[in-house]
Design a protein around this ligand. Structure first.
Ligand SMILES: [Fe+2]
Length: 233
């Protein structure tokens, strides 16, 4: 199994998981569909599934468009509000796609529908959990819940130390880190109280400010519709 972050630019990671013939995209961004298609063509890979770790507020997902155009499943957590999903998963689901086994862990907090996607030795954590100093994703956007996010951190105890963390946002060219490394370097995992977590989250939300694309991206993702005009393109 190969895993690669294939985003052409920006801070939103998009992962290509493949067995050398077939490919799965995790958290692809609509703006970059042509870029992904050229990579698939060059490497002679066939896209066979798309997954989203959660309903994104900062970009339009490529999942519903790719699912319709390529006739491949669009996979999300079972009670997501997002339309266009064709395959809903829960904690009892095990999918074998391209000979790669995927399982799913509900980690609400950043959004109600956030999940960790687990494959052999990798976890795709979306905005539930980032590598190192970046900590975790914010909880002040629609369906975000601080208390749930704090409780969901327990789920990380299910995975071994050498599990690689593939998160939803990393600085360009970041090297993947393990959960063990994060236990030393991610400030959230060093916290012992919810109050500490809440303070960190409130301060970080204040620093981040408003999400520039939310008014277009969130309805597009929920209703699985590309708007006539996308202001940033
Ligand atoms: Fe997010």
């Amino acid at each position: 199994m190969q895993v690669e972050d294939i985003r052409p630019s920006g801070w939103a990671c998009a992962y290509l998981v493949s067995n050398g013939e077939d490919a799965i995209l995790i958290d692809p961004v609509w703006d970059h569909i042509e870029h992904y298609e050229s990579i698939l063509r060059e490497r002679e890979l066939t896209l066979i599934a798309c997954m989203a770790t959660h309903t994104h507020a900062d970009h339009i997902t490529a999942c519903f468009s790719l699912s319709r155009d390529k006739d491949v499943p669009y996979i999300m957590w079972k009670d997501t509000a997002s339309l266009g999903v064709t395959l809903y998963v829960d904690e009892s689901t095990v999918l074998n796609i391209a000979g790669i086994e995927f399982s799913f862990h509900h980690v609400p907090g950043h959004t109600q529908d956030s999940m960790i996607i687990e494959t052999d030795n990798h976890i795709f954590t979306g905005d539930f959990f980032f590598n190192g100093e970046a900590g975790v994703g914010r909880d002040d956007l629609p369906s975000g819940r601080l208390e749930q996010h704090w409780s969901s951190l327990e789920v990380l105890k299910r995975f071994p130390e050498d599990t690689l963390v593939c998160s939803g946002h990393e600085p360009p060219n970041t090297e993947l880190q393990t959960l063990g490394w994060n236990r030393e370097n991610n400030p959230i995992l060093a916290m012992s109280s919810f109050e500490e977590f809440m303070k960190w989250q409130n301060e970080s939300a204040e620093k981040l400010g408003s999400v520039s694309k939310i008014k277009v991206a969130l309805p597009a993702n929920i209703f699985a519709e590309i708007p006539d005009e996308i202001p940033w393109l």
